[in-house]
Ligand binder design. Structure first.
Ligand SMILES: [Zn+2]
Length: 305
C-alpha cells in the first residue's frame, strides 16, 4: 500500500471539504497530502463527486474513499437515507455508485460521527480514553467515544444529548418531546430569544454581543449556559467521561458560552467527577480528517481481506 493514497470527502450543503492522505500511514492523524474546499455539488451527483475525487487525487494511486454526509445514512449498504442539506442524495446508494465510478471501495458515514471520531482521537480529546463530544448548531448532537470508537448503544442511537429534557412541558421539539435542550440551546432558539430581546441577527450575533457585555445578550447567554450545564451534569452522572469536547457551528464562534457552562458545572456538581469541558480543536476540518481516517481503515481492511 505504500505510495497509495486515500481520500476523505466531507459533503455539506454549501461546500465539500476534502483531505487526501497516505494509505500506508499506520495510525495518527491522517496527513494532508492535499486539503481544500470545493463548491457544493448539488447537480449530477455522484458523478461530480467522482470528478472531484479524480481531480484531488490526480498523480496519486487512490486506494479508498470515504464520504461524510449531513444526515441519516446506512453505513452497511452505503446508502443515504435522508439528508436535508443535500436532498439530491436522498435514497441514493451513494457508496456503491461512487465505487463503480472510481473503481475503489467507498464507505459512507454521517458527518457528525466522522467529526466526533477525529476530535476524540486527534483533536481536543486526544490522549483521553473516554470522550464525549457535543456539536452545537441548529441541532445538538452528541457522541460517546471509548478508545476512539463511538459507543452508540444497542440500536445506534445513543448520545442524543440535544433531546434530554431540561425544561419539562417546555417548547415542542422537532423530535416530538417538549423542553429538550435543543429547544433552548439550538441556534434557532437562541436567535428567537435574541430577536425577542431586540437584538439583530442570528445566534452568532448574540454570542458576539455577549462577548461585548451587551446587557440584552448577557441574560440570554447565561440562561443558555445554565441549560447546557444541566444537560452536562446529567451526562456526567450517566457516562462519567474523561473530557467533554464542545464543537459545532455555534461553538466555533466565541467560546465564552462553553466557558460559562463549564463554570456552572463546576459550581453545581456534587458527587460527579467533573472532567475538562473544552472547545473542539479541529474546527471545520474535523469531518474531513475523520473521513480520511475512515478511508484509510477501509483501505487496510481491503488489503487484509
Ligand atoms: Zn427533542
Amino acid at each position: 500500500m505504500i505510495g497509495s493514497t486515500v481520500l476523505g470527502l466531507d459533503v455539506g450543503g454549501s461546500s465539500v471539504k476534502y483531505r487526501l492522505a497516505s494509505a500506508g500511514q499506520a495510525d495518527g492523524m491522517p496527513d494532508a497530502i492535499a486539503e481544500g474546499v470545493a463548491p457544493a455539488l448539488a447537480e449530477e451527483l455522484p458523478a461530480t463527486l467522482a470528478e472531484l475525487a479524480r481531480t484531488v487525487s490526480a498523480g496519486h494511486r487512490l486506494a479508498a474513499v470515504a464520504v461524510a454526509i449531513p444526515g441519516l445514512v446506512d453505513e452497511a449498504s452505503g446508502t443515504v437515507i435522508r439528508s436535508s442539506n443535500v436532498p439530491a442524495l436522498d435514497g441514493r446508494a451513494l457508496g456503491p455508485e461512487l465505487s463503480a465510478l472510481l473503481g475503489v471501495p467507498v464507505s459512507i458515514l454521517n458527518d457528525g460521527r466522522a467529526a466526533a471520531v477525529a476530535e476524540a482521537r486527534w483533536g481536543a480529546g486526544a490522549g483521553e480514553r473516554d470522550v464525549f463530544t457535543l456539536a452545537l448548531g441548529t441541532g445538538i448532537a452528541g457522541s460517546h467515544l471509548v478508545d476512539g470508537v463511538i459507543a452508540d448503544g444497542a440500536h445506534g442511537s445513543a448520545g442524543e444529548l440535544g433531546h434530554v429534557v431540561v425544561e419539562p412541558g417546555g417548547r415542542l421539539c422537532s423530535c416530538g418531546q417538549r423542553g429538550c435542550l435543543e429547544t433552548l440551546l439550538g441556534a434557532p432558539a437562541l436567535r428567537r430569544a435574541w430577536n425577542a430581546a431586540g437584538g439583530e441577527g442570528s445566534a452568532r450575533e448574540l454570542l458576539a454581543a455577549y462577548d461585548e457585555d451587551d446587557p440584552r445578550a448577557v441574560p440570554i447567554v447565561r440562561t443558555a449556559a445554565q441549560h447546557l450545564a444541566d444537560a452536562v451534569l446529567t451526562l456526567l452522572a450517566l457516562v462519567d467521561p474523561g473530557v467533554v469536547v464542545v464543537g459545532g457551528g455555534l461553538a466555533s464562534a466565541p467560546h465564552r458560552l462553553v466557558e460559562l457552562a463549564a463554570g456552572y458545572v463546576a459550581e453545581q456538581a456534587t458527587f460527579h467527577r467533573v472532567p475538562p469541558i473544552v472547545p473542539a480543536e479541529l474546527g471545520r476540518w474535523a469531518g474531513a480528517v475523520g473521513t480520511a481516517a475512515e478511508a484509510r481503515a477501509l483501505a487496510a481492511r481491503v488489503v487484509a481481506a
